[in-house]
Design a binder for this molecule. Sequence first.
Ligand SMILES: [Mn+2]
Length: 610
Amino acid sequence: MLYAPSFYAIMHRRWLVNKTNPEYITYLSKTASVSPVLAQIFMNRGIKTPVEISSFLNPHISQLSDPFDIQGVKIAVDRILTAKTSGEKVLVHGDYDVDGLSATAIILKALKMLGIDSHYFIPNRMEHGYGFNLSSVRKAKQTGAALIITVDCGITSFEAAALCKKEGIDVIITDHHEPIRSQNENPPSPPFGKGGIAALKIPSPSRGEGKGGGDRIQEFLLPDALVIVNPKISNHKSSISDLSGAGVAFKLAQALATVHNPQFAIHDFLDLAALGTMADVVPLTGENRLIAKEGLRLIEDGIRPGLRALKKVSGIEGKVLKPGLLSFTIIPRINAAGRVSDSNDVIKLLLTDSEDEALDISSWLDKLNLERQQIEEDVYQAAIYKLNSKGVSPVIVLSSEGWHQGVIGIVASRIAEAFYRPTFIISIEGNIARGSARSIPSVDIYKALTGCKEFLAGFGGHKQAAGLKLESKNILSFEECINRIVSETLTEKDFIPSLEIDAVVDFSDINFNLTKELGMLEPFGFGNAEPLLGAKRLEVLYPKIVKDNHLKMKLRQDNQSIDAIGFDMAVFFDKLEASTTIDAVFTPFINEWEGARSLQLNLKALRPSL
Ligand SMILES: [Mn+2]
């Protein structure tokens, strides 16, 4: 997601303000020694005691949880150490996205540090499809591996695990995706086979309740592996239940470090774990916050040649890094390989000690990313053209021959965001069509798909993203069905995006100390959004358009005025008259200009005062 809000989203938004008991805010502010505004923000985010606030404000890797708390880690560690003592070869099976590649690099590096002869297999999106599959088992046989460790996948790989068993190859599955629940009436057992649907990999947010013991494993349909390490099986609703694939791999590396080798420094893995964590858009709270915060610092310091080179080709060398910045610099470049080419060289990039090799691979990724952008833009423009001719319905379904599989998910996401409608982008190849869907918060797209399964050959995913496969001749019937189902359950206001405001403030609350406090909540991202503040009845002074598209002005409340900038908000200029008052939503920040520091408001939304 880029910073620029779409025109559509700016113009039609419901403003929601969180309300809390003011007495508790005063109490919390005093006991936790934070401003009332910050206390309100914490309350909104479910952080409700001084102890919780203190640990959130001071994340440190010493707070990392014991990796052996995750079910299966002990067995996995023992098996890996057996591979070391008996000189067995090990194959790491990964995935072609940033999370899967980071996870692969983490485990490979850990195995190499133990002196284990290790190899890897990254499936190719076009050739093998997503997930641990039979070609990976073949590769293990070729290399003579006695043990396969999957990362960021495998939790639904029944077939491949069964084949391994038959071939006498042990499998350790490490994953973070949702396991299939056994009471599920339709177990989506390997639904699409070869060339499956990439978008299916995103975990479903539906969770089991309570903390699992060994007996709870019975509730899931799991592949027959030696052991499965997945916090979704045993650590529901804990600080580690939302780890990314790289996060789970990191916990295994952390466990190996604690039992085996003192020269194992968990610092050697944290930058990669952070990369997967940010790329997979898991909530940046709990253990993920510790990983992201520390890992970002390591990426900033440039400890790894591969990431240093990627920063260089992305033009962000020496910059202060935030998840939002990485999401349109390093992350898409790494993902480009899996989208339009092959990701195997990315592992070399992440593990190399050679500056030259790092720069070579990074430049290649940079080119692939340009190629990906061009392909994406072509598909996007073609999709918008189709949309213009057919009009916007409650669910947008667009299809065509020749739309590249590697970009349909991104295009669906862009259109869903721009038009605030669940969006399906479907690529037709002869009789068969494959599509990718992205939804809006009010629509559970997985559930809606279930209602249309008579038209589908297969589907999977979760509330906000899904993949599907169908016969081309059924596209129209499917489109009618999904529109009917969604229209039946939603009202008009569900199609208006909302803007959640953390606190309504007076200008007298906004000062340097507050911006400093807000900075301590970083890194911002999914699950830990940048706080939005609101203020009412503001006078607009000296509005002007700068650099074509941005809006600059002063806002005044009582006797205090503050500079404000609205990126990509020039569209509001005509609506601003110096005499009318407006309400504004913003994040305050410190603007440094020629050595001087001043408060400034980064505007997110404006409306005339009611
Ligand atoms: Mn993942």
